[in-house]
Design a protein. Structure first.
Length: 140
C-alpha cells in the first residue's frame, strides 16, 4: 500500500471513529491542519507562506486550471519550516526528508482538488470532510 492509500485509509478511519495505521493517521491529521485550518491556518495562510518564500507561482499553478508545477522537498521545507516538518516527522517516527518528500507529492494534488474553480474556497470550505473525500478520489 502506498503512502497516499495509507493516508486515505487512516483519514477515513479516523473520521469514522475506526482504528488506523498511526503513522498515516498522523500525516492525514497534519494535512487536515495545513489545508483545513485548525493550527495550520488553512489554505489561504499556506498561499501566503508560499508567496512570502517567493514560490507563489507554484501554489498558484495548483490553484489555477492549468498544469500543476512540481515542488521539491527542499521547497516544502522552505515553506512549512524545519520546525513544523520536524514535529510531523517525530509523530510519524520518520525523518524530516521523508515527510518533505511525501508532502511534495500530496500537497499539489490536494490543493488542486480543493480549488476546482481556480479560487480559494471561502469560509469553512476545505475542512476535514472535504479533504477526506479528496484523498479518497486521488486513489481511484
Amino acid at each position: 500500500m502506498g503512502i497516499l492509500d495509507s493516508v486515505v485509509s487512516a483519514f477515513t478511519n479516523s473520521t469514522a471513529g475506526g482504528a488506523a495505521n498511526p503513522q498515516a493517521a498522523a500525516l492525514a491529521e497534519h494535512l487536515s491542519q495545513i489545508l483545513g485550518g485548525a493550527q495550520g491556518g488553512g489554505l489561504s495562510q499556506l498561499v501566503q507562506s508560499f508567496e512570502k518564500n517567493e514560490l507563489g507561482n507554484i501554489i498558484q499553478s495548483w490553484i489555477g486550471s492549468g498544469q500543476n508545477l512540481p515542488i521539491s522537498a527542499a521547497q516544502i521545507t522552505q515553506v512549512l519550516g524545519q520546525g513544523r516538518l520536524g514535529q510531523i516527522a517525530a509523530q510519524l517516527g520518520t525523518n524530516h526528508q521523508d515527510v518533505a518528500n511525501q508532502l511534495s507529492q500530496l500537497l499539489p494534488q490536494l490543493v488542486d482538488k480543493l480549488t476546482p474553480n481556480g479560487q480559494l474556497p471561502s469560509g469553512s470550505a476545505g475542512g476535514g470532510a472535504n479533504i477526506a473525500s479528496i484523498l479518497q478520489s486521488l486513489t481511484r
